[in-house]
Design a protein around this ligand. Structure first.
Ligand code: MG
Length: 157
């Protein structure tokens, strides 16, 4: 049996914060604002995996209202979510993501991010892909005030 999952996230970008994408730190003057470390890609991937397995969503499992998750390492949340998915008997076939931000360019960091996600999800890097896009200067993402992420995954059992 195969199941598809879709995840989405958006975070404001602010000076003085780390810009984390799938656990990889991207050198940039701004980073994601969030209750956790703000890793928008990790959050979107979490929701894609949990959605495909029908196991809930990130806000439900790791509520931002819980002080335990203040400044949480989002890759730890992702590993925790993936553990639940694996325990339900699922195997990750592939994951594809779109990262939308005006700056910086994502392409130079693509393999770094893929490697980081592949390690956390215990798959080869070939199973993971991502594309960087801009918002053509439209909206808050286009003004450089936010980063938006879509992730889609396929699970198999
Ligand atoms: Mg988030």
């Amino acid at each position: 049996m195969n199941k598809i999952g879709l995840g989405y996230d958006i975070h404001r970008l602010k000076k003085g914060r780390r810009f984390l994408l799938g656990g990889a730190e991207i050198p940039f003057k701004k980073g994601e604002l969030g209750h956790s470390d703000g890793d928008a890609l990790a959050h979107a991937v979490c929701d894609a995996l949990l959605g495909a397995a029908a196991l809930g969503d990130i806000g439900e499992l790791f509520p931002p209202s819980d002080p335990k998750y203040k400044n949480a390492d989002s890759m730890e949340l992702l590993r925790n979510a993936f553990e639940r998915v694996k325990n339900a008997g699922w195997r990750l076939t592939n994951l594809d993501c779109v990262i939308i931000c005006e700056k910086p360019k994502i392409l130079p960091f693509r393999d770094l991010i893929r490697g980081s996600l592949a390690a956390a999800l215990e798959v080869s890097q070939d199973c993971i892909f991502l594309k960087g896009k801009t918002a053509e200067k439209l909206g808050q993402v286009g003004k450089g005030n936010a980063v938006e992420v879509y992730a889609v995954c396929l699970l198999e059992k």
